[in-house]
Design a protein around this ligand. Structure first.
Ligand code: NAP
Length: 266
């Protein structure tokens, strides 16, 4: 089994901490270095709560990837950095696995073009939880038969983007099987702006932000005399790590950009 050399951006974050632990524990991965917004020159072991690893900390991704032979960069920072970090990784021939959200369809197309021109694999996964991927797939099946659907996504109140990447991805998957149509009463009006949430082809998406939540989503379907609710809950961030591990392994064998874990899970 060949060792995959990994760098992680965002190691002090809630996701990054779990990723550092997972990479340290995996027999086929080696943690080469991390990129943090502070702690330049220290080692991973110097950060409270992180494993006793001698992997060095950089504040510049550019310097990190210049100094180390890295196969895969795992980015778990913030929506503002995902795209920039992917471009830097591509420039260094490093395969990015990105969990930050906030990519536009145009960003994804541009990044896919770069990945293919360079023949470098890349994965962007708005949700690394396998259960959430199943929720999206089940929702797509249900929407064929029950095309009236609303999505309620619920996250912790530190989340920067709304709606979540998972909610947008769910709506995009549903859009593939559902003809665009406006839902609700044709004459409905919002007494308070935003009351009906965001609107994608007539599907409404509602974002809840509260302390105490991690990542949750309900897809609600309504039909004549019946409703169907498909719900997924990530109750802590370890739920995302099998998906991060699978992505690191998978990205080594592809030469394009894959957007969404559903495309690498049968
Ligand atoms: P978090 O706790 O706020 O952690 C983000 C970490 O990244 C912080 O330590 C932050 O440092 C650091 N950071 C920010 N900009 C950086 C940069 N340019 N270089 C290096 N480090 C940087 O957030 P989280 O809950 O772990 O989530 C991280 C990202 O993953 C978010 O974009 C979130 O939406 C996404 N996420 C994805 C999934 C998925 O399944 N795909 C699941 C959960 C979360 P400072 O605090 O010093 O800025």
């Amino acid at each position: 089994m060949e060792t995959i050399r990994v760098a992680i951006a965002g190691p002090r974050g809630k996701m990054g901490r779990e990723a550092v632990k997972m990479v340290e524990e995996a027999a086929n991965f080696q943690l080469m270095a991390v990129v943090d917004s502070k702690n330049e020159g220290k080692k991973v072991r110097d950060i409270d709560g992180l494993p006793a690893s001698d992997a060095p900390i950089y504040t510049s991704l550019e310097e990190c990837l210049t100094a180390h032979d890295v196969d895969v960069l795992v980015d778990l920072t913030a929506p503002a950095f995902g795209k920039k970090h992917m471009e830097i990784a591509f420039a260094h021939g490093v395969r990015p696995v990105v969990g930050t959200t906030g990519f536009t369809e145009a960003d994804i197309e541009e990044l896919r073009k770069t990945a293919e021109e360079k023949g470098i694999g890349a994965i962007i996964a708005p949700n690394f939880a396998i259960g959430a991927i199943l929720m999206m797939k089940f929702a797509q099946v249900a929407a064929k038969y029950l095309p009236d659907v609303e999505i309620i996504e619920m996250h912790h109140d530190r989340k920067l983007d709304a709606p979540s990447g998972t909610a947008i991805k769910t709506a995009q998957l549903i859009r593939e099987v559902r003809e665009a149509k406006e839902q609700g009463h044709p004459d409905e009006r919002e007494e308070l702006q935003g009351a009906r949430g965001a609107n994608l082809d007539g599907m409404h998406i509602h974002s809840v932000r509260l302390p105490g939540l991690v990542a949750h989503q309900e897809v609600l379907f309504g039909g004549v005399g019946q409703t169907l609710k498909i719900r997924h809950d990530s109750i802590d961030r370890t739920s995302f790590m099998p998906g991060v591990k699978l992505s690191i392994e998978t990205v080594m064998g592809i030469d394009t950009l894959v957007y969404g874990l559903e495309n690498i899970i049968e």
